[in-house]
Write a protein that binds this ligand. Structure first.
Ligand code: AP5
Ligand code: MG
Length: 209
């Protein structure tokens, strides 16, 4: 199954994707995570995108489309994929149609007040990328990842000004994709507001699993 996870920043796309990987047995591809790895490695891509991401803006379409096209062409996705955070503009969605046909687009719905609460408390493992939250999902030991022992930190783009920018960018550039995919009959809506296990159940129901 080829799935897109669409939704505002902090909706829980990455958190649910980690669960959906086990349920569906298909890999999770997050453009945000790929960019963060590139930044950590200080690769040419990382150096190019760091300032843009830290400011809460979008990386340019050309760079992002090229990255996803290359990732999907490797031949290691025979059963499909979960594409999290791509496409994020109509131009990206149109480009994707030229190299891959998705089966469903899962739209995670969450009000802005909940976005602020989730991103303000989010922590991420620097090593394996697992998400935590200082209230909803704490690591057993403060600042240490349960899964790999890596350092758990706050993302640079979770600062208040960057979050405000990300929400604005989401509304103007990404939310139009909801109508784009609804018209094509591909969209399924999932209420992302309840606690994580309930969101998993909502997701399974929405996909008829
Ligand atoms: P990206 O990494 O994709 O960030 P995002 O879309 O803003 O989404 P987040 O990762 O912030 O949120 P999420 O929905 O995954 O929520 P999470 O599961 O972490 O992109 C980062 C940046 O990269 C972009 O701003 C852009 O610059 C660039 N970029 C990426 N893709 C691009 C593209 N296609 N084009 C151009 N630029 C691109 O959950 C959030 C928190 O809530 C966590 O703490 C979690 O523990 C908690 N939580 C999750 N679910 C629940 C729940 N049900 N109840 C309570 N708490 C919960
Ligand atoms: Mg994410």
């Amino acid at each position: 199954m080829k799935l897109i996870f669409l939704g505002p920043p902090g909706a829980g796309k990455g958190t649910l994707a980690a669960r959906a990987v086990d349920i569906l047995g298909i890999p999770h591809i997050s453009t945000g995570a790929i960019f963060r790895s590139a930044i950590a490695a200080q690769s040419p891509l990382g150096l190019k995108v760091k300032a843009v991401i830290d400011a809460g803006k979008l990386v340019d379409d050309e760079t992002t489309i090229e990255l996803v096209k290359e990732r999907l062409s490797r031949g290691d996705l025979p059963r499909g994929y979960i594409l999290d955070g791509f496409p994020r503009t109509i131009a990206q969605a149109e480009a994707l149609e030229t190299f891959s046909a998705v089966d469903r687009v899962v739209n995670f719905d969450l009000p802005d007040s909940a976005v602020l609460e989730r991103l303000g408390g989010r922590r991420v493992c620097r090593n394996c990328g697992i998400n935590y939250h200082i209230v909803f999902n704490k690591p057993r030991e403060e600042k240490i990842c349960d899964a790999c022992g890596g350092e758990v930190y706050a993302r640079d783009d979770d600062r208040e000004e960057a979050v405000a920018k990300r929400l604005e960018v989401y509304r103007s550039q990404t939310a139009p994709l909801i109508g784009f995919y609804r018209e094509k009959g591909l969209l399924v809506d999932v209420d992302a507001q309840p606690e994580a296990n309930t969101v998993v159940e909502n997701f399974k129901k929405a996909l008829g699993l």
